[in-house]
Design a protein. Structure first.
Length: 473
């Protein structure tokens, strides 16, 4: 029999269900962004070159993380739908297989990134003043990828079963620890030497390793909706094929966004260190202001996934519409507020650097014009993913990066008198257009036809047989 929480998700008040899931996720995301904000705050004390070193490294590491995140995304989708369908045995099986795939993928990608880091930075065309700091930061970040992947997997699966408070508490503890470790590793203290920019990545590595370890312990104990058993780590090729089928478009989607950020860094770098620093700070601010919409979109993923699994297709549609409306209104209001205080926000991170403050404020103010469109896009794409329709999300990402944003940024910055400001204008134009495209795609309704628990009964049957053979049932 479904728990009270499960009944709320499947039959209760939609606003209340969204609020129940979204608030802890928002708080966790706010705290999660504390890693980047803490790094930006302390690294900013080292000067513009140090800020540029972090800014140019982040898109590269994000790309590598994105390449493997599709597997966690597939696991979360299947977990939510099987939870809604009342199949806790398959929820546990999905968790074990996702853990296996994510760990192997993270080790391989982290090692490749560590080896190729110098070549990637040279391709990005960073200056000699920025190179050393960026290389140290990037290499430590690639080591950290293993733990980041494991914790992303933990968060995704926990959200799939509707458990959002435990990840919140873990993030709270690790962010507080990171805030203390950052200045310690960056500047040193007593006998401990300072490592400069690389120290920020070392602090994150330490805290992410702790978070990943706690997540694994929670799964092994099985007290929060998912029970991870060591015997479940035996490769199940039926599930692995299914996960790759679902996860590949998700990886392409996220990798496309990551590669787009990386290519954008090439363009930004061509305008010098000041523009790189402004771009880095503006990107951090963008990440922070989208947290409410991200929280709603993740709540949409859980609710739509579970309702699709239970066969409540129309309810899943209503959930998505309401969340998109909330996100649009909320981000539009935040945009107006941030527009008014943009210089003060940038000055908080880079005090005393008038050039970076001016350019960063210009970037933020131009972006703020269309933040409401981001909210719409995030919630609708979340519904596509949660229903198992990963291809729609992938196509939207491809259109966003390669047909709209980067071509616009290049043409406006290199072939008009706008210069670097042309890059800034590509953000609001793209956000508005993609919001319209997402709305049209959602209105077609084809995403409602993908229901994994209904359309893949044979896969479930084979998986059941495998579970029985392994002693799960």
């Amino acid at each position: 029999m479904p728990s009270h929480r499960q009944q709320l998700f499947l039959t209760g008040s939609i606003p209340r269900a969204l609020l129940t899931l979204a608030v802890p996720i928002m708080l966790a995301n706010i705290l999660q962004s504390g890693y980047q904000l803490t790094d930006a705050f302390w690294v900013g004390r080292l000067g513009a070159d140090a800020v540029a070193a972090v800014s140019v490294s982040m898109p590269v590491t994000f790309l590598v993380i994105a390449m493997g995140s599709g597997l966690a995304m597939a696991g979360a989708t299947l977990t939510a739908q099987y939870m809604g369908a009342g199949r806790p045995d398959l929820v546990n099986h999905v968790a074990a297989q996702t853990m296996l795939m994510v760990t192997i993928t993270s080790v391989v990608l982290g090692a490749i990134g560590f080896i190729l880091a110098p070549h990637l930075l040279r391709l990005l065309g960073v200056t000699d003043a920025v190179y050393a700091g960026a290389l140290g930061f990037m290499r430590v970040s690639f080591i950290c990828v293993i733990f980041v992947f494991i914790y992303i997997m933990f968060q995704s699966l926990m959200r799939g079963v509707g458990q959002t408070r435990v990840p919140l508490l873990i993030v709270l503890g690790t962010v507080i620890l990171n805030f203390g470790l950052d200045p310690l590793f960056i500047f040193g203290w007593g006998p401990l030497p300072g490592y400069g920019v690389m120290g920020a990545a070392m602090a994150t590595l330490t805290t992410q390793a702790i978070a990943a370890g706690i997540g694994l312990i929670i799964f092994l104990r099985g007290r929060h909706g998912i029970q991870l058993a060591w015997r479940g780590l035996k490769p199940d090729m039926v599930y692995i094929r299914k996960a790759f089928f679902l996860g590949f478009p998700g990886s392409v989607e996220l990798s496309t966004r990551g590669l787009g950020l990386m290519v954008m860094s090439f363009l930004v770098a061509s305008f010098g260190t000041l523009t790189i620093a402004a771009y880095g700070i503006g990107s951090n601010i963008l990440q922070v202001i989208t947290i409410p919409a991200m929280g709603l979109s993740m709540a949409v993923s859980t609710l739509v996934g579970q309702n699709m699994g239970a066969g409540n297709v129309q309810r899943a549609s209503k959930i998505t519409q309401l969340a998109a409306l909330y996100a649009f209104i909320g981000l539009s209001l935040v945009g107006l507020l941030v527009y008014a205080v943009a210089p003060q926000i940038v000055a908080f991170f880079v005090p005393g650097d008038a050039g970076v403050i001016s350019e960063g404020a210009r970037f933020i103010r131009i972006m703020a014009l269309a933040w409401g469109g981001i909210g719409i896009q995030l919630c609708l794409v979340a519904a596509f993913r949660a229903s198992g329709n990963m291809v729609s999300a992938m196509v939207i990402a491809l259109v966003t990066q390669w047909m709209l944003q980067f071509p616009l940024a290049y043409v406006l910055s290199k072939h008009t008198t706008l210069g670097a400001e042309g890059i800034w204008w590509s953000f609001p134009i793209t956000n508005i257009l993609v919001a319209v495209i997402s709305l049209c795609w959602f209105a077609r309704g084809s995403w409602k036809n993908t229901r994994l628990t209904e359309d893949e009964r044979q896969t479930v049957k084979v998986t059941d047989e495998a579970l029985s053979e392994e002693g799960y049932r």
